[in-house]
Design a protein around this ligand. Sequence first.
Ligand SMILES: NC(=O)c1ccc[n+]([C@@H]2O[C@H](COP(=O)([O-])OP(=O)(O)OC[C@H]3O[C@@H](n4cnc5c(N)ncnc54)[C@H](OP(=O)(O)O)[C@@H]3O)[C@@H](O)[C@H]2O)c1
Length: 356
Amino acid sequence: MISDKFEPLKIPDVTEVLNSVEPTSQFCISVKVGPLSVSPMGFGTWAWGNQLLWGYQESMDSELQECFNLALKNGINLFDTADSYGTGKLNGQSERLLGKFIREFEGPIKSPDDVVIATKFAAYPWRLTSGQFVNACKSSLERLQIDRLGIGQLHWSTANYAPLQERVLWDGLVEMYAKGLVRAVGVSNYGPKQLLKIHGYLASRGVPLSSAQVQFSLLSMGDEQMELKSVCDSLGVRLIAYSPLGLGMLTGKYDASNLPNGPRSVLFRQILPGLESLLSCLGSIAERKGKTMSQVAINWCICKGAVPIPGVKTVKHVEDNLGALGWRLSPSEISELEAAAMDSPKKMLQNIFQTA
Ligand SMILES: NC(=O)c1ccc[n+]([C@@H]2O[C@H](COP(=O)([O-])OP(=O)(O)OC[C@H]3O[C@@H](n4cnc5c(N)ncnc54)[C@H](OP(=O)(O)O)[C@@H]3O)[C@@H](O)[C@H]2O)c1
């Protein structure tokens, strides 16, 4: 039975969060995503299986497993994936690897909150009935070899190009929640207007909308993102920040003469030359605080009330990004960073599926 009442989650302010400490490790004070308790930062696994953009090879799997183990042992319990992750024959690889790593994890996994898998179901044009969307969820569960997902997210809205399909996908979310296949429901790449619509529809069906995942970082903090954040706050929906490191641009390790391999280099070549003042601001705050630039960029997302999910593919990434937890930027440092970000002539490109 689905409850017909939806109590909006009150997003606690910093003091409340700190007072309602629920430590999962020395660094992690968990936050609520609907009914779930998750670490204040999750990890993203888009790269796990993606050859084209991220240079994935199966020989990386043992290090990816170490990444997973290290994250979990340090209190990170939120892992973001998608049924579309993995290129070509490797489609679904990210979910399959997560499933294997959960099964082979040496420590105890006692409760469903110990590992919260947030997967995303693609709004493929051939997913035309709610039943087909529920089947997509079942296929993800099979690849992950778990009975129930933490968060089932609609990967993108079809409002801009196939509005009639959208209601079917929303009904699919309702059905997977009603069948107990997902503990919480979320969306991704939704703008504020579309978020209000789906929130209202799901509420009318007795299903709480728990999360909204969007590109959110110092390179993606325009009016749209800020409006979405305030709509999320008013509805009790948790904002999950994807690409919090601007695909790696905010880590400080790239510049115009040192670009990553693959298609990212095209984007970086366009954007990086305008980022000098933001990167130098990140660098000086990092130095002052004894942190790395990645840690500062991730911490900014946390200070804005979002749950960042930086992508990781090496143990070094995990170790470094764990250092984004357990401290906070001061209000003046946040203002300094935002002023530098606003002065930057270039921003990140937005996802083609992002709606208003
Ligand atoms: N909903 C959506 O449509 C959507 C879209 C995009 C992403 N996502 C989710 O969000 C997650 C994160 O976003 P993202 O992977 O696009 O970008 P990101 O988190 O901004 O950047 C991740 C990349 O930065 C580099 N990196 C990470 N930590 C680092 C560190 N401490 N030091 C140096 N380099 C570091 C790594 O790449 P290199 O070492 O190769 O530079 C890593 O793959 C994804 O994995 C995915 O789960 C969702």
